[in-house]
Design a protein around this ligand. Structure first.
Ligand code: FAD
Ligand code: UDP
Length: 463
């Protein structure tokens, strides 16, 4: 019997799994329908040995010391300040728009004070900035809005900025100084050995079993558990009972080029040209030295795997109906970007997961962060003909088979003491052989049918 079944091995699921196991000695099964852990933050080496982010560029930044401190338990960091250029009017200029952007684009020589006035003279002042169009034209006027934001947003969201909540374009500030960093958070860094390595360390605990290529639907009946943490799409969990929540989808075109570098910075945005929104060159992010370089082109689309909740009023209303269902569903916690339908960055998801964990254990977040227990001593089932080699250190490995054969083959070894973290977590690309592999398609595109059939949805029985 598992104390917790966790659906999704991204930040939301992995943080809670780690805390439950290491903090409270709970037994956890974490499943993901993809063939890897890490969710959208997953990184891996491509065929040429260049470290890439499979699902587009992920740059870690946070103002929250607690979150940074927590993740630092599982990784060292490489300092990295993210820079982005936008291709506008035949030039590559800094975005967020700053003093250099304007001086270069308009052939001016303004100082910060003059630029402030310049923006003021162009801004269309709004009483209230309700939409993503309002936010930009209110600050810098229509011309810059059209050069930098209108086309990009239409490509990215399939909607005009006037149809999107203000929070979308409000993510990108406007500056009158020469600061060309994309983010200004106190903590900006990339995991030194990549995100996946960090996730491996997070999940490397004897109380945590990981099953990949495994959809929630395939395990919910035969993996008994007391509580569920769900980090997939909330509308999918409830069988789309109130209709589909729109999520924006992406397609990624990865390419390796036989040159050391192709871009001056990690990301170039294309607001007005091409079908893609931006191109990322990974080595800027990772610091890897390599004679070749790998890039990814991002294309937004309406159908496919869900990546972005779409912030607009009608979607928030629909989501509220699902929140009401979620609140009436006992023993299930909804966490993360898809499950809470929030356009959250990684650090916000980590914070949300830590808060959920704190609530589960009835502690403050600080107390919850400090919780630490020794792993339970589990009995190792040894086949009669096993050739035993003493286990190093952590004696209980992952080999304790419970409930039939759920353990992911990472258990006791006849030949050596302990499987590597990579093997434990199936990071060697061979997935796992489980009886429930059949529905895993490795890319999260399984049919979005109802996931509710576990007798835990009190509201279902009331309706
Ligand atoms: P996810 O990472 O989506 O993980 C959810 C997991 O659940 C997935 O692996 C999925 O396969 C699995 N799952 C879903 N349903 C099921 C099911 N039924 N059964 C089994 N498994 C299931 N944030 C930043 O801070 N900085 C950035 O630079 C940044 N860049 C981004 C770029 C892109 C292109 C995107 C899309 C996002 C970016 N983000 C960035 C946001 C970041 O990806 C998220 O905040 C974070 O990864 C969300 O973690 P999560 O665990 O909530 O969700
Ligand atoms: N945006 C834009 N032009 C840009 C950069 C951003 O119009 O050059 C808008 C666009 O709507 C985008 C939003 O601002 O979706 C937020 O940008 P961010 O870089 O934070 O997007 P993300 O990294 O989350 O895709």
């Amino acid at each position: 019997m598992f104390d917790y079944l966790i659906v999704g091995a991204g930040f939301a699921g992995s943080v809670i799994a780690e805390r439950l196991a290491r903090g409270c000695n709970k037994k956890v099964l974490i499943v993901d329908r993809r063939n890897h852990i890490g969710g959208n933050a997953y990184d891996c080496f491509d065929d040429y040995g260049v470290l890439i982010h499979k699902y587009g560029p992920h740059i870690f930044h946070t103002a929250c010391k607690e979150v940074f401190g927590y993740l630092s338990r599982f990784t060292d960091w490489r300092q990295y300040q993210h820079k982005v250029l936008a291709s506008v009017d035949g030039q590559l200029v800094p975005i967020p728009i700053n003093l250099d952007t304007i001086n270069r684009l308009y052939g001016l020589n303004l100082d910060s004070f003059q630029l402030d006035k310049w923006f003021e003279s162009r801004a269309e002042k709004k009483e209230v900035c309700k939409t993503s169009e309002d936010v930009v034209v209110n600050k810098v006027g229509r011309e810059l809005y059209e050069k930098f934001f209108r086309g990009y947003t239409r490509k990215q969201w399939g909607l005009d900025p006037s149809e999107l909540d203000a929070q979308v374009t409000a993510r990108v500030p406007t500056r009158t100084n020469r600061d060309d960093r994309y983010f200004t958070d106190a903590y900006q860094a990339m995991p030194k050995q990549g995100f996946t390595r960090m996730f491996e360390k997070m999940l490397d605990h004897p109380n945590i079993k990981v099953m990949l290529n495994c959809d929630y639907r395939d395990v919910k009946e035969w993996a008994p558990h007391n509580e569920l943490i769900f980090t997939g799409c909330v509308d999918e969990y409830f069988g789309f009972r109130h209709g589909k929540l729109p999520y924006r989808c992406l397609e990624f075109k990865h390419e390796t080029i036989n040159k050391e570098w192709v871009q001056p910075v990690a990301v170039i945005n294309y607001p007005n040209d091409y079908a893609y929104t931006r191109v990322t060159e990974f080595k800027h992010l990772t610091g890897q030295e390599h004679p070749k370089t790998s890039v990814v082109y991002e294309f937004s689309c309406a159908e496919g795997d869900p990546y972005y909740p779409i912030p607009r009023t009608e979607n928030a209303e629909l989501y509220r109906k699902y929140t009401a269902l979620a609140e009436r569903t006992s023993n299930v916690h909804f966490v993360g970007r898809l499950a809470t339908y929030k356009y959250y960055n990684m650090d916000q998801v980590v914070a949300q997961a830590l808060t959920t964990f704190a609530k589960i254990v009835g502690k403050t977040r600080q107390e919850a962060l400090e919780l630490k227990t020794e792993p339970r001593i589990t009995r190792i089932h040894v086949p009669m003909n096993a050739e035993l080699i003493p286990l190093n250190g952590n004696g209980n490995g992952n080999g304790h088979h419970e409930n039939g054969s759920i353990s992911n083959g990472n258990g006791y070894s006849k030949r050596r003491g302990r499987a590597s973290a990579a093997e434990v977590l199936g990071m060697n690309g061979n997935g796992h052989s489980h009886r429930n592999r059949k529905n895993g398609n490795g890319n999260g595109t399984a049919d979005r049918n109802s996931l509710v059939n576990d007798g835990k949805d009190k509201s279902a029985s009331r309706e």
